[in-house]
Design a protein around this ligand. Structure first.
Ligand code: ADP
Ligand code: MG
Length: 159
């Protein structure tokens, strides 16, 4: 079910429920200070995965994709999560006007759907999670691109 190489981790989930079980355990060992890009076509499960992580961090209630507001904050017990959905972002400069740079810091985690749309303004990912179809379920390929990202990946490898 799991393939491990140094800088990436591949996880296959036969269905949504199994992915959400993983998200819950993954949230329990999630470090703060991470920018996580969620990459994949419409309907691949980026919002579902975000919901699993945010609820796993203790949020009770719904997690809807912030399609129109672009970002939704969740102030949780251990850390603050900013959940972005940049699908409708017309110009990366809009992020500058939102003061988005203040969102990324040592006590926050950003989960960013459609990071491609914010290229040039968004900070680079510590971890990229690429989601593709796998049978009826999904394949997640997690790639670290910073020391913090690598440390998080190492923690997730033991989940
Ligand atoms: P995205 O945010 O990438 O557009 P969503 O999270 O809205 O995608 O999910 C789209 C659909 O995929 C939903 O119907 C959801 O139930 C389904 N889905 C999400 N994750 C999985 C999974 N791991 N396996 C199978 N179906 C999934
Ligand atoms: Mg979505």
């Amino acid at each position: 079910m799991e393939e491990v190489s140094e800088k990436s981790l591949t996880l296959n989930f036969a269905d949504e429920a199994l992915m959400l079980v993983w998200a819950k355990t993954a949230a329990a060992v999630l470090n703060s200070g991470l920018v996580i890009h969620l990459v994949g076509d419409l309907g691949m499960g980026k919002t579902t995965l975000s919901r699993g992580l945010i609820q796993g961090l203790g949020h009770v209630g719904n997690v809807k994709s912030p399609t129109y507001t672009l970002v939704e904050p969740y102030e949780l017990e251990r850390l603050t999560v900013y959940h972005f959905d940049l699908y409708r972002l017309a110009d990366p400069e809009e992020l500058e006007f939102m003061g988005v740079r203040d969102y990324f810091g040592p006590s926050t985690v950003s989960l960013i759907e459609w990071p491609e749309k914010g290229a040039g303004v968004l900070p680079a990912a510590d971890i990229s999670i690429n989601i593709t179809q796998w049978h009826l379920g999904r394949c997640l390929t997690l790639t670290a691109s910073s020391p913090n990202g690598q440390a998080q990946l190492d923690r997730w490898k033991n989940c």
